[in-house]
Design a protein around this ligand. Sequence first.
Ligand SMILES: [Zn+2]
Length: 234
Amino acid sequence: MEKREISHPLLGKIIVTYNERARKIIMRARFDAIYVTLPPYTPDKELERILAKYGERLKLDQEKIPYERIDRNYRIETEHFALHLEETKAPGITINGKNGAYTLLYGPGTDFCSKETQQTLRRGITAAVQHRAKEILPPRLLQLSGQHNLHCKKITVRNTSTHWGSCSSSGTISLSIKLALLPQHLIDYVILHELCHTVEMNHSPRFWALLDRLCGTGSKRLRAELKEQKITVI
Ligand SMILES: [Zn+2]
């Protein structure tokens, strides 16, 4: 999957992803950028055409997305990840923590209304989520892999925006750092889903039957629950 970032004069940041599995063009406005997914080898002219056609509407959508402002009282508390803010004497913004409990430290006089501060805080949160994701996701994948005798060649944990996970034909499973913010049963669903792709590189009835068996419960229900998850902080 190839990715590039465009700085568009009118539309701002655009993240373009070329995905072998994309059958059509998918566009989505998020608070931080406009995300476009294209089938591989889509000509730039085609990208320009769709941006000219839909760009204005996407920009309007983007402006309507509530930007969750991070302030002193901001906190995240999920099954595997907790974060809160604390004032310290040292200037600037730093982060520390372990075992899934993180503290964002901010210096005196930090202006929470400034865009730069918000960006720095968000980067800090992303770094903490990434740290936690690398701590918990690969061991769980290896555990489930051993348990079900389904093996991948390589594991990567990345800050992906469009997918919770993916499995390449060469046997690499990529997991999104955002999984660290989900409850265990949904993390397991995504991992099992990708492990099933190591033997069934498609979404055929055989694939779903295998996944249903491994989940021990209807994978459809888990899939629906996963679809409802919205992570807007990173
Ligand atoms: Zn799949």
